[in-house]
Design a protein around this ligand. Structure first.
Ligand code: 5AD
Ligand code: SF4
Length: 423
């Protein structure tokens, strides 16, 4: 039997694409193996969001070829494949397959060509009308299942390769998404994560014409599904109806990842993000004034071309204002084809590094403070409940450290510790 090994880099979309690729390969008679040494076909599903991610793939290709590459067929899938195209055959001549995510529906045909001995098989067209919808998806997590609702991206953020690597936006029909969700519910999955580069711009292509908030509400009603998450949101398309939907149904998780990228209006404009700091803060306000406690996380880019100290200060002040539950921060990385390459005021690497550290330290301080508050706010109700059960009064009013019953204090500290780690 033919065997394959696959390694995945990058985002959740890529991880889910790999699940679909695995399902397709298995249905074509291949067996997955754990080690590349044991495989006939070695696949790397790649990410090109930042230069580092891209370099990792070429490093992996060279390293493995030297050690155990003989007699194997190598394939590069995903974003580096789409971005670099046939140049990969020159850079890594032992690679025989180069295919981007918009071409995965043609994988079975590409496999036939590989098996026939073709050493330059490509799938690089971006004009696929459909999302990569496969009945063979292989899911490894027994509880959580991913569902792609929209692929590609029609925005043109000045730093971003995604529109080039994943092509234009294509939404799936609401009927197809809901059928998949119902099947997953019937199969015993309890959590669904809706995926897309920009889930908020979801638009049902069928006459029903649902928007994202409508789809989210409907998925939240599917039998058997107890948790629904979604990533990623774009602030420009993030509407109040999404917060309302979360308010109305506890099945919809109270977490929103809303990448801001910068707190400075002039940088946001240069980035072509299509919103201002105020627009963004209005969306934060919808969440903060909700009855449910909605956890908010973000992505930040430091050292975008032209970012002055004053711009950077604006990002820091935004962190103080929003008080994110957590964030990812990245040094700006030049990407092929993107508009920001043309800017001539690039920031030196060491300055980007300095700003990165400042953001990380600031966020760390914010999280330590917030977690301490959370810990106290969890401990007091726990202690109250505990003392009621024990039917003897404990003065819980004065925060758990100063309470009288030692057993209760210890128990609450353990529980509060566990809860703060979970939170
Ligand atoms: N350089 C640095 N970070 C980037 N991101 C996207 N493109 C770049 C780039 N060229 C970050 C953004 C995005 C996250 C997935 O990656 O913050 O939200
Ligand atoms: Fe990386 Fe973006 Fe491609 Fe995801 S879509 S794998 S983050 S380049």
């Amino acid at each position: 039997m033919k065997t394959f090994y696959i390694e995945t880099f990058g985002c959740q979309m890529n991880a889910h694409d790999s699940e679909k690729v695995i399902g397709t390969l298995v249905s074509e008679g291949y067996r997955q193996v754990e080690k590349p040494e044991d495989a006939d076909l070695v696949l790397y599903n790649t990410c090109s969001i930042r230069d580092k991610a891209e370099q990792k793939v070429f490093h992996r290709l060279q390293q493995f070829k030297k050690e155990h590459g003989k007699g194997k067929v190598f394939g590069v899938l995903g974003c580096v494949a789409q971005q670099e195209g046939e140049r990969i055959f020159e850079r890594a001549p032992h690679v025989s397959l180069v295919a981007g995510s918009a071409s995965y529906a043609r994988l079975p045909q590409m496999l036939v060509q590989l098996e026939a001995g073709n050493r330059h098989v490509t799938g690089l067209s971006l004009d696929s009308e459909e999302a990569f919808d496969t009945p063979f998806t292989r899911r490894d997590n027994p509880h959580r299942a991913y569902i792609t609702i929209i692929e590609g991206c029609d925005k043109s953020c000045a730093y971003c390769v995604v529109p080039f690597t994943r092509g234009p936006e294509r939404s799936r029909t609401s009927a197809s998404v809901l059928n998949e969700a119902r099947e997953l519910g019937a199969m015993g999955y309890t959590e669904i994560q809706l995926l897309g580069q920009n889930v908020n711009s979801y638009r049902d292509p069928s006459p029903a014409g649902w928007d994202f908030a409508g789809l989210l509400r409907a998925v939240g009603e599917v039998e058997g599904i107890r948790r629904v998450r979604f990533i990623t949101s774009h602030p420009r398309d993030f509407v109040k109806e999404i917060v309302d939907a979360i308010e109305d149904n506890p099945v919809l998780c109270n977490h929103v990842h809303l990448p801001v990228q910068s707190g400075s209006d002039s940088i946001l404009e240069r980035m072509q993000r299509l919103y201002t700091r105020d627009d963004y803060l209005r969306r934060i306000e919808w969440m903060k004034s909700a009855r449910r406690n909605i956890s908010i996380t973000t992505d930040i880019i430091v050292g975008f071309p032209g970012e002055t100290d004053a711009d950077f200060e604006q990002t820091l002040s935004l962190l103080d204002q929003v008080e994110y539950d957590s964030l990812f921060v990245f040094k700006y990385s030049r990407r092929p084809n993107t508009p920001a390459l043309a800017f001539d005021d690039h920031i030196p690497e060491d300055e980007k590094g300095r700003r990165l550290t400042i953001v990380q330290e600031k966020q760390r301080a914010i999280q330590i403070r917030r977690n301490a508050e959370l810990r106290a706010s969890i401990a007091v109700p726990l202690l109250n409940r505990f003392s009621q059960q024990r039917s003897h009064p404990i003065a819980a009013a004065d925060r758990y450290r100063r309470l009288v019953d030692n057993d209760a204090v210890i128990e609450c500290e353990v529980l509060a510790d566990a809860a703060s780690r979970l939170g």
